[in-house]
Design a protein around this ligand. Structure first.
Ligand code: ZN
Length: 341
């Protein structure tokens, strides 16, 4: 195993720590090309110490954290430090074999965690720096996965993302599933809609198969009349008892519910016979704001493979509608929940 020779160095000692900082400062003022050869890698222990620092008088806003991360895209050690400081990566890791605390080590152009055997002759265990965070589900670099998340929140198309990020369509689709894990979690934490006993619109929507082999799905969707709080649930069937069950899970029982249809034609794209027509285009000038209308459209082919994938696509739409421009912030905030569980 390669060694940087510094694992026994005690960086909690002020002088040692100061020396390591001095070393870092030599590079701080120099304009660097974003290549790993010229990026300064702090010693693992000093990176750990920096990650523990909390000298901010006020905690940064999520937007400030995002700006900070984007600025450090090309500097792996700095982005790792910031991600640890902000709770996006674990800053401490416990060995799964012996329960002792692990230490960071540098391996080539990245850091990883390891636990040394008691006789210091080898490793008891080691793991990726991504372990215990959302990032462990992807092999993409931090720069690429953050860019992916930003573009996903901005609703970029798969082909655009594939081009910009130099990924295959397959990888874009696979990475979307990783992002869907985030939006699934966010959507699952939303309370029932209609909390303020206001008016709630609900619609039964049939999604017709695009190709002969696709399934037909029916969903129940709902939105508060005076806010963007909403839900969309894939149903196993269209039985009144099933609709009632989803309604009880998703809508406050004290709200007044109005069954609507947002398509004014008698074809099977809507399912509720007793619904009143609701023209979303009269309410929203921007087509992207039309929640019910948009649920019928643009399902990616990969979403149609399974009910879970389809539900994830709807959860993403629900988070998009609920959060609006705050979607990226909400996602970054949710990233922190992975490192604490
Ligand atoms: Zn161990």
């Amino acid at each position: 195993m390669e060694s940087d020779g510094l694992e026994e160095f005690d960086f909690s000692q002020p002088l040692h720590y100061a020396l390591s900082q001095l070393n870092a400062d030599l590079y701080a003022g120099i304009e660097q090309e974003p290549h790993f050869e010229t990026v300064h890698f702090p010693k693992p222990a000093s990176l750990s110490a920096m990650a523990e620092e909390d000298d901010d008088e006020r905690p940064p806003t999520t937007n400030e954290i995002i700006d900070d991360l984007v600025e450090k895209f090309d500097n792996y050690p700095k982005i790792v430090t910031t991600m640890m400081q902000r709770g996006l990566l674990k800053k401490r890791q416990q060995c799964r074999k012996c329960d002792r605390m692990m230490h960071l080590r540098r391996r080539k152009n990245c850091y990883e965690w390891r636990c040394r055997t008691k006789d210091k002759r080898g490793d008891c265990s080691s793991c990726s720096i991504k372990f215990g965070s959302w990032f462990e589900y992807t092999k993409l670099s931090f720069k690429t996965i953050f860019s992916f998340l930003i573009m996903h929140c901005k609703n970029c198309s798969t082909s655009h993302m594939a081009n910009e990020l130099k990924l295959s369509t397959h990888t874009v689709n696979e990475t979307r599933k990783v992002v869907y894990d985030l939006t699934d979690k966010i959507a699952s934490k939303y309370p029932r809609i209609g909390q303020n006993q206001g008016m709630v619109y609900i619609e039964v929507i049939r999604i017709e198969p695009k190709k002969a082999n696709d399934f037909m799905y029916t969903i129940l969707a709902g939105q508060e009349a005076n806010s963007n709080n909403c839900f969309a649930v894939v149903m196993s069937d269209e039985m009144p008892s099933t609709i009632e069950k989803v309604k009880m899970e998703k809508v406050n029982s004290h709200s007044s519910v109005s069954m609507i249809k947002t398509v004014n034609e008698n074809f099977t794209a809507y399912a509720s016979q007793s619904a009143t027509f609701f023209d979303e285009s009269k309410v929203y000038s921007n087509p992207s704001d039309m929640f019910f209308t948009n649920l019928r459209k643009n399902h990616p082919e990969s979403a149609l493979n399974s009910e879970q994938a389809f539900q994830s696509w709807f959860n993403d739409q629900v988070v998009r509608k609920t959060e609006g421009k705050r979607m990226l912030e909400k996602c970054v905030e949710e990233l922190r929940t992975y490192t604490t569980s």
